[in-house]
Design a protein around this ligand. Structure first.
Ligand code: HEC
Length: 189
Protein backbone atom coordinates (compact mmCIF):
# COMPACT_ATOMS: atom_id res chain seq x y z
CA UNK A 1 0.00 0.00 0.00
CA UNK A 2 2.83 2.37 0.99
CA UNK A 3 4.63 1.69 -2.32
CA UNK A 4 1.46 2.42 -4.27
CA UNK A 5 1.02 5.80 -2.60
CA UNK A 6 4.67 6.71 -3.23
CA UNK A 7 4.24 5.62 -6.88
CA UNK A 8 1.13 7.75 -7.37
CA UNK A 9 2.78 10.76 -5.71
CA UNK A 10 5.88 10.35 -7.88
CA UNK A 11 3.67 10.12 -10.96
CA UNK A 12 1.95 13.41 -10.07
CA UNK A 13 5.31 15.06 -9.38
CA UNK A 14 6.67 13.96 -12.78
CA UNK A 15 3.53 15.26 -14.46
CA UNK A 16 3.88 18.64 -12.72
CA UNK A 17 7.56 18.87 -13.74
CA UNK A 18 6.72 17.90 -17.35
CA UNK A 19 3.96 20.54 -17.44
CA UNK A 20 6.32 23.19 -16.09
CA UNK A 21 9.02 22.31 -18.64
CA UNK A 22 6.46 22.40 -21.45
CA UNK A 23 5.04 25.77 -20.34
CA UNK A 24 8.58 27.15 -20.20
CA UNK A 25 10.14 25.64 -23.31
CA UNK A 26 7.30 24.12 -25.35
CA UNK A 27 6.08 27.31 -27.08
CA UNK A 28 2.41 26.93 -26.08
CA UNK A 29 0.20 29.47 -27.92
CA UNK A 30 0.40 32.90 -26.26
CA UNK A 31 0.31 35.29 -29.23
CA UNK A 32 -2.93 36.18 -31.01
CA UNK A 33 -1.47 34.84 -34.26
CA UNK A 34 -0.46 31.46 -32.74
CA UNK A 35 -2.28 28.27 -33.72
CA UNK A 36 -4.96 27.51 -31.09
CA UNK A 37 -4.83 24.43 -28.84
CA UNK A 38 -6.64 21.40 -30.29
CA UNK A 39 -10.36 21.72 -29.44
CA UNK A 40 -9.74 25.04 -27.65
CA UNK A 41 -13.03 26.56 -28.87
CA UNK A 42 -15.10 23.49 -27.90
CA UNK A 43 -13.54 23.24 -24.45
CA UNK A 44 -14.36 26.90 -23.77
CA UNK A 45 -17.81 27.03 -25.37
CA UNK A 46 -19.39 23.90 -23.84
CA UNK A 47 -19.29 25.19 -20.23
CA UNK A 48 -20.09 28.76 -21.32
CA UNK A 49 -23.23 27.72 -23.22
CA UNK A 50 -24.32 25.39 -20.40
CA UNK A 51 -24.01 28.24 -17.88
CA UNK A 52 -25.90 30.70 -20.11
CA UNK A 53 -28.69 28.14 -20.70
CA UNK A 54 -29.11 27.80 -16.93
CA UNK A 55 -28.98 31.47 -16.03
CA UNK A 56 -30.36 33.52 -18.91
CA UNK A 57 -33.54 35.58 -18.45
CA UNK A 58 -36.22 34.19 -20.77
CA UNK A 59 -38.37 37.33 -21.20
CA UNK A 60 -36.78 40.79 -21.54
CA UNK A 61 -38.09 43.15 -18.82
CA UNK A 62 -38.37 46.10 -21.25
CA UNK A 63 -40.23 46.45 -24.58
CA UNK A 64 -38.80 46.94 -28.06
CA UNK A 65 -39.76 50.63 -28.43
CA UNK A 66 -38.18 53.45 -30.46
CA UNK A 67 -37.07 55.02 -27.19
CA UNK A 68 -35.24 51.87 -26.01
CA UNK A 69 -33.68 51.21 -29.43
CA UNK A 70 -32.39 54.79 -29.70
CA UNK A 71 -30.94 54.58 -26.18
CA UNK A 72 -29.37 51.22 -27.18
CA UNK A 73 -27.83 52.87 -30.26
CA UNK A 74 -26.16 55.54 -28.13
CA UNK A 75 -24.80 52.95 -25.68
CA UNK A 76 -23.54 50.80 -28.56
CA UNK A 77 -21.64 53.71 -30.12
CA UNK A 78 -20.01 54.62 -26.84
CA UNK A 79 -19.21 51.18 -25.43
CA UNK A 80 -19.17 48.53 -28.15
CA UNK A 81 -18.45 49.96 -31.61
CA UNK A 82 -14.66 50.10 -31.18
CA UNK A 83 -14.45 46.29 -31.00
CA UNK A 84 -17.64 45.18 -32.82
CA UNK A 85 -17.81 47.80 -35.61
CA UNK A 86 -20.64 49.86 -37.08
CA UNK A 87 -23.14 49.11 -39.86
CA UNK A 88 -21.01 49.02 -43.03
CA UNK A 89 -17.83 49.85 -41.11
CA UNK A 90 -15.96 46.98 -39.44
CA UNK A 91 -13.77 47.62 -36.40
CA UNK A 92 -10.14 48.25 -37.32
CA UNK A 93 -8.83 45.80 -34.71
CA UNK A 94 -11.78 43.56 -33.71
CA UNK A 95 -10.64 40.90 -36.17
CA UNK A 96 -7.09 41.02 -34.80
CA UNK A 97 -8.11 39.79 -31.32
CA UNK A 98 -8.09 36.15 -30.14
CA UNK A 99 -10.81 35.17 -30.03
CA UNK A 100 -11.91 37.87 -32.47
CA UNK A 101 -14.73 40.31 -31.64
CA UNK A 102 -17.49 39.25 -34.06
CA UNK A 103 -18.78 42.05 -36.32
CA UNK A 104 -22.29 42.57 -34.90
CA UNK A 105 -23.70 44.42 -37.95
CA UNK A 106 -22.67 41.93 -40.60
CA UNK A 107 -25.37 39.90 -42.35
CA UNK A 108 -24.66 36.15 -42.20
CA UNK A 109 -23.97 34.49 -45.51
CA UNK A 110 -27.11 33.02 -47.14
CA UNK A 111 -29.45 34.26 -44.41
CA UNK A 112 -31.14 37.44 -43.19
CA UNK A 113 -29.52 37.16 -39.74
CA UNK A 114 -27.44 40.23 -38.76
CA UNK A 115 -24.82 39.73 -36.03
CA UNK A 116 -26.54 38.04 -33.07
CA UNK A 117 -30.14 38.75 -34.18
CA UNK A 118 -30.71 34.94 -34.20
CA UNK A 119 -29.65 34.51 -30.53
CA UNK A 120 -32.25 34.69 -27.73
CA UNK A 121 -32.01 38.21 -26.18
CA UNK A 122 -31.38 36.57 -22.78
CA UNK A 123 -28.17 35.01 -24.14
CA UNK A 124 -26.84 38.36 -25.40
CA UNK A 125 -27.87 40.07 -22.15
CA UNK A 126 -25.94 37.44 -20.14
CA UNK A 127 -22.81 37.95 -22.26
CA UNK A 128 -22.96 41.76 -22.00
CA UNK A 129 -23.63 41.72 -18.24
CA UNK A 130 -21.09 39.04 -17.31
CA UNK A 131 -18.49 39.30 -20.05
CA UNK A 132 -16.66 36.27 -21.46
CA UNK A 133 -13.62 35.19 -19.49
CA UNK A 134 -10.21 35.08 -21.21
CA UNK A 135 -11.55 36.91 -24.26
CA UNK A 136 -11.60 40.69 -24.76
CA UNK A 137 -15.35 40.79 -24.01
CA UNK A 138 -15.80 42.98 -20.90
CA UNK A 139 -18.44 42.57 -18.17
CA UNK A 140 -20.74 45.60 -18.22
CA UNK A 141 -22.52 44.86 -14.92
CA UNK A 142 -20.73 47.74 -13.18
CA UNK A 143 -20.45 49.98 -16.25
CA UNK A 144 -24.08 50.12 -17.42
CA UNK A 145 -27.40 49.89 -15.55
CA UNK A 146 -29.62 46.79 -16.03
CA UNK A 147 -31.93 48.85 -18.23
CA UNK A 148 -29.03 50.07 -20.39
CA UNK A 149 -27.78 46.48 -20.82
CA UNK A 150 -31.26 45.43 -21.98
CA UNK A 151 -31.51 48.46 -24.31
CA UNK A 152 -28.28 47.57 -26.13
CA UNK A 153 -29.33 43.89 -26.09
CA UNK A 154 -32.68 44.66 -27.77
CA UNK A 155 -30.85 46.77 -30.36
CA UNK A 156 -28.65 43.79 -31.29
CA UNK A 157 -31.51 41.26 -31.09
CA UNK A 158 -33.38 43.36 -33.69
CA UNK A 159 -30.36 44.26 -35.85
CA UNK A 160 -32.02 42.51 -38.84
CA UNK A 161 -35.16 44.66 -38.71
CA UNK A 162 -34.31 48.08 -37.26
CA UNK A 163 -36.03 51.28 -38.45
CA UNK A 164 -33.54 53.12 -40.75
CA UNK A 165 -33.38 56.13 -38.38
CA UNK A 166 -32.09 53.86 -35.59
CA UNK A 167 -29.38 52.46 -37.91
CA UNK A 168 -28.43 56.08 -38.69
CA UNK A 169 -28.24 56.79 -34.95
CA UNK A 170 -25.80 53.89 -34.49
CA UNK A 171 -23.58 55.40 -37.20
CA UNK A 172 -23.58 58.97 -35.81
CA UNK A 173 -20.06 60.06 -34.86
CA UNK A 174 -19.47 60.48 -31.13
CA UNK A 175 -19.04 64.03 -29.82
CA UNK A 176 -15.35 64.86 -29.36
CA UNK A 177 -14.00 64.01 -25.92
CA UNK A 178 -12.84 67.56 -25.21
CA UNK A 179 -15.76 69.44 -26.70
CA UNK A 180 -15.15 72.50 -24.49
CA UNK A 181 -12.04 74.60 -25.12
CA UNK A 182 -9.24 73.51 -22.84
CA UNK A 183 -7.24 76.16 -20.97
CA UNK A 184 -3.56 75.68 -21.65
CA UNK A 185 -1.16 76.96 -19.02
CA UNK A 186 1.31 79.51 -20.43
CA UNK A 187 4.92 78.49 -19.99
CA UNK A 188 6.60 80.49 -17.22
CA UNK A 189 9.02 83.11 -18.49
C1 HEC B 1 -12.54 45.37 -25.99
C2 HEC B 1 -13.32 44.78 -27.03
C3 HEC B 1 -14.80 44.57 -26.82
C4 HEC B 1 -15.74 45.50 -26.41
C5 HEC B 1 -15.51 46.96 -26.06
C6 HEC B 1 -17.01 44.82 -26.46
N1 HEC B 1 -16.84 43.52 -26.85
FE1 HEC B 1 -18.32 42.15 -27.14
N2 HEC B 1 -16.94 40.72 -27.58
C7 HEC B 1 -15.59 40.94 -27.67
C8 HEC B 1 -14.93 39.69 -28.01
C9 HEC B 1 -13.45 39.47 -28.21
C10 HEC B 1 -15.95 38.72 -28.15
C11 HEC B 1 -15.80 37.24 -28.52
C12 HEC B 1 -15.84 36.36 -27.31
C13 HEC B 1 -15.83 34.88 -27.66
O1 HEC B 1 -15.43 34.50 -28.75
O2 HEC B 1 -16.25 34.08 -26.82
C14 HEC B 1 -17.20 39.42 -27.87
C15 HEC B 1 -18.45 38.81 -27.90
C16 HEC B 1 -19.65 39.48 -27.81
C17 HEC B 1 -20.94 38.90 -28.04
C18 HEC B 1 -21.21 37.44 -28.41
C19 HEC B 1 -21.18 37.32 -29.91
C20 HEC B 1 -21.58 35.96 -30.43
O3 HEC B 1 -21.38 35.72 -31.64
O4 HEC B 1 -22.08 35.15 -29.66
C21 HEC B 1 -21.87 39.88 -27.89
C22 HEC B 1 -23.37 39.76 -28.04
C23 HEC B 1 -21.15 41.08 -27.55
N3 HEC B 1 -19.81 40.81 -27.52
C24 HEC B 1 -21.76 42.30 -27.31
C25 HEC B 1 -21.07 43.44 -26.90
C26 HEC B 1 -21.72 44.67 -26.49
C27 HEC B 1 -23.21 44.92 -26.53
C28 HEC B 1 -20.73 45.53 -26.13
C29 HEC B 1 -20.89 46.92 -25.58
C30 HEC B 1 -21.80 47.13 -24.48
C31 HEC B 1 -19.46 44.84 -26.34
N4 HEC B 1 -19.71 43.58 -26.78
C32 HEC B 1 -18.21 45.41 -26.12
C33 HEC B 1 -14.93 42.13 -27.48
C34 HEC B 1 -15.51 43.32 -27.07
Amino acid sequence: MGKLIVGVLLGWLLLAVALFVWLHHGHPPVAVADTPFPMEKTIVHVPLNARIDREMVKTPPIAVSDENLIAGARIYREQCASCHGLPGLPSSFGGEMYPDAPPLWQQHRNSKVVGVSDDPPGETEWKVANGIRLTGMPSYKKVLSDTEIWQVTLLLANADKLPPQVVEMVKQPLPPVNAAPVAVAKPAK
